[in-house]
Design a protein around this ligand. Structure first.
Ligand SMILES: Cc1cc2nc3c(=O)[nH]c(=O)nc-3n(C[C@H](O)[C@H](O)[C@H](O)COP(=O)(O)OP(=O)(O)OC[C@H]3O[C@@H](n4cnc5c(N)ncnc54)[C@H](O)[C@@H]3O)c2cc1C
Length: 521
């Protein structure tokens, strides 16, 4: 199959394509024009006009790769290489719009199976060519842009099958390059769901979820992706590692944890065995209003700690609630909570959760806000495209902290961003994932781009990351480390742990070919 034909579902320099683009609501455009100074940007440079230097791999490397994979699966076309040069952070999209790519891979390799991935690692170790595993290409932390110019992208999209389903144990083994919608479709044929629904659902892959320890919109109920992983098969330059042979084990340290979150720096995950659940017979989404973010935090903490635990819990702060309500006629202020319930019979849980939320100041808003959220749950990246088209800058960042620290983290990060963007910015936040001991905070920033939006954001993001570190929170709850968070990650784990990580990498990847510059400080 033609490489570009297959990738064409993903837009160039945007999340969606022009066909499935979503317009900003008029009310949002009006609000933006009042708050920010926006000038529509020049049209994006088409992919065909983007300059990518020619492939410089020498013939013997290319020949060896072609022999291993078949010539049609070693792609050196400029457009394919441009598409595999980075992920989908806003700075990535802005560079693409200007016709710039950072460091394009010399070639895009498309292995058919685990054995071909092993061959690629073997050849690339021998010829000292760096390797970037490429899943859905949705990284927002620079996870696909290594420090080595001489690298190849290993596109896993042909590893796209179900290896096995065990309905009795409720597990499924899925190949790593399978995108989330296909996994959902195939599992549904057997009456099961994974329950992993990140905002990047449409394009992200099973291997990418494991490699970045992803979290989804329904992870309050189904758990994070790393909670779901029972076993992994990983190709490393030293050979194959298979981890996880029973539902639980006391046989030494859990080696799955070395590869969960390893972001392609320690090996290429080729299949993942996940825990699956029966498709829910019922789902119910509803809205609640709290007078303040502090009140809402108190109520969701009670649910997270003492139950009942909804499947989806999303508490917006005052600013996010205000922006969300723009144009809806709802102007009652406060903070909105979306609670979603999925399962065999959810009504008893809905009632029991109401018995916790109401005494903590929750005012029920009925089903409408919940259904509205469910209808638009994948819209945000399309709206980012529309904001960029309108000349605004929009980007997100996230963290997690213990309940006791959460209000302070929220305050400090907001302040840091506002101070770094003194000519005005909208900073919205919500709690996106809850645990017994704490929660994540997800920030959206909308501002004017200024003369150099990428540089401006780099400074604002650094200020936010410093604030996260100073407040004792983690540099990432679910986006991962990539190249962008590496310095903060090193500070977070400390020198001894950095050395430990380097030693593991040295053991598995002695030639240092795997994702250099990503994750490992
Ligand atoms: C609009 C948008 C919304 C997002 N929303 C969410 C969200 O709700 N929750 C969330 O968790 N994340 C979210 N993300 C971040 C991103 O989607 C996740 O990190 C996702 O898990 C990446 O999956 P992928 O298949 O696209 O991986 P890629 O982006 O292709 O790769 C990510 C990293 O993992 C490595 N990698 C990929 N596949 C493998 C493999 N098989 N073996 C080894 N290494 C591999 C890559 O080298 C890279 O370092 C969002 C991103 C965008 C652009």
């Amino acid at each position: 199959m033609n490489m570009e034909g297959e990738a064409s579902a993903v837009g160039w320099a945007r999340w969606g394509t022009t066909r499935n683009a979503k317009a900003l609501p008029d009310s949002a455009s009006t609000l933006l024009a009042q708050v920010l100074e926006l000038t529509p940007p020049p049209p994006a440079v088409p992919l065909a006009e983007v300059a990518v230097p020619d492939c410089e791999l020498d013939a013997r490397v290319l020949d060896a790769l072609r022999r291993a994979l078949g010539a049609e699966h070693v792609v050196t076309a400029h457009d394919a290489r441009a598409r595999h040069a980075s992920g989908m952070s806003t700075p990535d999209l802005l560079r693409h719009r200007r016709g710039q790519v950072r460091v394009a891979p010399q070639a895009v390799l498309r292995p058919a199976d685990h054995a071909e991935v092993v061959s690629i690692l073997d050849l690339c170790s021998r010829y000292r060519v760096a390797v970037v595993p490429f899943g859905g290409g949705t990284s927002v932390v620079g996870g696909l842009t290594p420090s080595a110019a001489r690298h190849v992208a290993v596109d896993l999209s042909r590893l796209n099958d179900v290896v096995a389903i065990d309905p009795l144990s409720r597990t499924a083994t899925l190949q790593a390059g399978m995108r989330a919608p296909r996994a959902a479709e195939l599992l549904a044929e057997h009456g099961f769901t994974l329950g992993h629904v990140p905002q990047s659902y449409e394009y992200a892959t099973i291997g990418g979820f494991a490699a970045t320890r992803s979290s989804g919109q329904a992870s309050a109920g189904y758990g994070r992706f790393d909670d779901m992983v029972m076993a992994l098969t990983v190709a490393t330059p030293q050979g194959t590692v298979r981890t996880g042979r029973a539902p639980a084990s006391a046989a030494g340290p859990d080696l799955r944890q070395i590869f969960l979150g390893s972001e392609g720096a320690l090996g290429v995950i080729t299949d993942v065995t996940v825990r699956i659940r029966p498709l829910p017979a019922q789902s119910h989404y509803e809205g609640w209003r709290f007078e303040s973010f502090a009140d809402g935090l108190h109520a969701v903490r009670r649910l997270a700690q003492d139950g009942p635990r909804p499947t989806v819990l999303r508490l917006s702060d005052e600013v996010e609630t205000m922006i969300g309500a723009t144009g809806s006629g709802r102007a009652d202020g406060g903070c909105q909570l979306i609670a979603g319930y999925e399962g065999a019979d959810v009504l008893a849980t809905v009632d029991a959760a109401a018995d916790v939320l109401a005494p903590h100041g929750g005012v029920p808003l009925g089903d409408e806000p919940g259904q509205q959220w469910a209808r638009h749950r994948f819209d945000a990246p399309y709206l980012r495209d529309a904001l960029l088209d309108a000349g605004a800058f929009a980007e997100t960042l996230e963290t997690a902290a213990y309940w006791s620290a959460l209000p302070d983290v929220h305050h400090r990060v907001r302040q840091a961003i506002l101070e770094a963007l003194p000519d005005g910015a909208l900073v919205l936040a919500h709690v996106s994932h809850v645990y017994e001991t704490g929660a994540s905070l997800y920030f959206t920033v909308i501002c004017s781009p200024g003369a150099n939006p990428v540089d401006r954001w780099r400074k604002a993001k650094a200020a936010a990351s410093d604030a996260i570190a100073a407040a004792g929170a983690t540099i990432s709850h679910h986006h991962g480390v990539g190249a962008d968070h590496r310095a903060w990650y090193a500070a977070e784990i400390g020198d001894v742990a950095v050395d430990l990580l380097r030693a593991v990498k040295q053991q598995l990847d002695p030639a240092g070919i795997l994702n250099p510059g990503i994750l490992v400080p």
